[in-house]
Design a binder for this molecule. Sequence first.
Ligand code: SF4
Length: 215
Amino acid sequence: MNTLSIKYLISGGIITNYFCTSSCRHCLYNSSPHWPKEYMDAATAERALETCRRLGYKSVHIGGGEPFLNFERLKEVLVVARKTGVSIEYVETNSSWYTSKARAVSMLWELNDLGLKTLLVSASLFHLEYIPFKKVTGVVSACREVGIYPFIWTEAFLLTKTVRMSKCKFSICAELVPYFYLYFVGFVKKIHIPLSKFTLSIPNYPNAKTAFSSL
Ligand code: SF4
């Protein structure tokens, strides 16, 4: 039997948990609220981070699931990272935990004190099916106040002030048309959901089909 052995790492991430508030259609890990509410403990985090270091990788990112769903455990992982000498490039979030600017700022200060310098804030049509956009902009604004860099994935979404979404009905601004086409329409075709299931409403592009065909 052949054994695959990893001799070194060039990039890596740690998944603290698979449960999530959302069930995004594109989710790589099929995360959702249906997963058990299990979260990586400090001992497991230490083993994972020491393995990363042994294999040559000195920094990792933290993702999930939604890592903020157990804030105390998330802080423990950051403490362990500091102890093992592995830096955290960023923590990912879908912003579901945002309830007010004051609370978000206070939580982000705690993470900042533990060494977090960048927060990846998810922003896409798929995420918007579950997360109100004002939570996303609220977290971005809180990051800026604390001095944590908000790595908005993807930033194109902040181009619009009018993005709204309900199940299977989208309304987006003109700047997002190319992005929408590449990211969304291409993906929907790939996963074989008929485009006829969606209603498109694009300001300045009264005929969405014409807009897409001109790209
Ligand atoms: S928010 Fe992220 S982890 Fe959660 S379901 Fe969506 S893509 Fe997956």
